[in-house]
Design a protein around this ligand. Structure first.
Ligand code: ZN
Length: 118
């Protein structure tokens, strides 16, 4: 049994564990080539992106203030440093968050809302 966290961090298929969840850095594959699980049926949407933008924005702003107060580097250090760190953090966290959400949807058999018949 693959845990959702393993699946998210290593990009493993939540059903069979094949390393096939991602087709690109933050893009899901269409389906698992090993067991045929249809990844496109899981819609994780933009939830993780909005959430992470707020968290990472707060981390970066806090770090930038800390570095300025602690080291007072020249202005171009900030210009070079923060965009790179922000992008790296965001892509890394987005990948894990999306993978985690898909794995949890798989495990809990979550689907889009529908009327329950009896
Ligand atoms: Zn699979």
């Amino acid at each position: 049994m693959i845990s959702p966290l393993q699946s998210a961090i290593a990009g493993l298929c939540p059903r069979c564990g094949a390393k096939a969840l991602f087709a690109g850095p933050i893009k899901f594959a269409e389906r698992c080539p090993a067991c045929g699980l249809d990844f496109s049926a899981f819609n994780v949407g933009d939830g993780p992106a909005a959430f992470l933008t707020l968290i990472i924005g707060a981390i970066i702003a806090g770090s930038a203030i800390g570095v300025e107060l602690g080291f007072s580097p020249p202005w171009w250090v900030h210009v070079l440093l923060w965009p790179v760190i922000t992008l790296a953090l965001l892509l890394g966290a987005l990948r894990v968050a999306k993978g985690l959400l898909l794995a949890l949807e798989y495990r809990n058999a979550a689907r889009e809302g529908r009327i329950k018949d009896k």
